[in-house]
Design a protein around this ligand. Structure first.
Ligand code: 13P
Ligand code: SF4
Length: 310
């Protein structure tokens, strides 16, 4: 490691200890952020860690809705996000005013929202879910209960297929997963016929139908560790490859290109965070996530409901 990188990391560690900060990172962060984090996980595990931490400050190396969830669970703690521009196309695809209207058009429906949404959408929801507990959350309601699922239509459609439900779906997508295409998968399968296809449920149905295993980032990682296969084709964001290769250095992993002009599935929002921005955020204790008290209280109920079920 170059001296300047080492100095940067030493400075981060020093301030982190002095200020009692926990660094939580998602699997889609760049490798060097995953390597310095106190915990790296999927959305559910990150929310659980944020809820249980004793640290005074939470630094979220992820995107805005994740840091917001940490704040919702810890209204009394300072939650900082290294770059406030680290948003999410899926969360942005569900504007609160339009969603309120949609809810009105579907009376008697319970609202289940994927955690990839704003605090305002959480406040309009009955329960939150992530890709690792969505089936359990949906199945916690009687079969004849009418349900709305927002904002990811691909995940909603996948859960409908698994559970046999007919949830009404909000028409939102993740700009990274929705463009993963089957042609590239078929080419990779031809080149590596013994490889298993792992896919995140934010991908389109045609991709999920081809997959050997579908799950959250943590589930995909665990599958790649436990399965005897030596090769895996991975249909999700590139960041997960770091954890997969670290856990199974003897195995081979191939990311599915999104189209022929691009061989990477980098989430532009996740990749906004850098070690330099983390150091600046620790020094200045900002950018900070600030939410109005009433919104915090309203959004907390459905998040806690999910944690109690998980
Ligand atoms: P999980 O890590 O919960 O599978 O979520 C993936 C994702 O898109 C986060 O933005
Ligand atoms: Fe949002 Fe997709 Fe990026 Fe996840 S990968 S943060 S869902 S845009």
């Amino acid at each position: 490691m170059k001296n300047s990188r080492k100095n940067l990391i030493d400075n981060i560690k020093q301030i982190q200890q002095r200020k009692n900060v926990v660094i939580l990172a998602h699997f889609y962060q760049v490798s060097e952020i995953q390597d310095i984090a106190d915990f790296v996980g999927d959305s559910l595990a990150l929310a659980q860690h944020a809820y249980e931490t004793n640290a005074e400050i939470i630094l979220f190396a992820g995107v805005h809705f994740m840091a917001e969830t940490a704040k919702i669970l810890n209204p009394g703690k300072k939650v900082i996000l290294p770059d406030l521009e680290a948003g999410c196309s899926l969360a942005d695809s569900c504007p609160p005013a339009e969603f309120k209207k949609f809810k009105k058009e579907h009376p008697d429906h319970i609202v289940i929202s994927y955690i990839n949404c704003s605090a305002q959408i959480k406040a309009l929801s009955d329960i939150i879910c992530t890709s690792s507990n969505a089936v359990n959350v949906v199945n916690s309601y009687p079969e004849d209960q009418k349900l709305i699922f927002a904002p990811d239509k691909n995940l909603g459609n996948y859960i409908n297929n698994i559970t046999g439900r007919k949830m009404v779906l909000w028409n939102g997508t993740c700009e990274v997963h929705d463009i993963i295409n089957t042609e590239a998968i078929i080419d990779l399968k031809k080149a590596h016929p013994d490889a298993k296809l792992l896919a995140h449920p934010e991908c389109k149905a045609v991709v999920l139908e081809l997959a050997d295993f579908v799950g959250s980032t943590t589930s995909l990682l665990n599958f790649s560790k436990q399965d005897p296969s030596e090769k895996f084709i991975v249909a999700t964001e590139t960041g997960i490859l770091h954890a997969m290769r670290k856990a199974s250095p003897e195995k081979e992993f191939f990311i599915v290109p999104t189209d022929e002009t691009c061989s990477c599935n980098d989430c532009p929002y996740m990749k906004k965070n850098t070690l330099e921005k983390i150091l600046a955020a620790l020094e200045n204790e900002k950018p900070e996530i600030i939410l109005e008290k009433r919104l915090l209280e309203k959004a907390k109920k459905p998040v806690l409901k999910m944690l109690q079920l998980s």
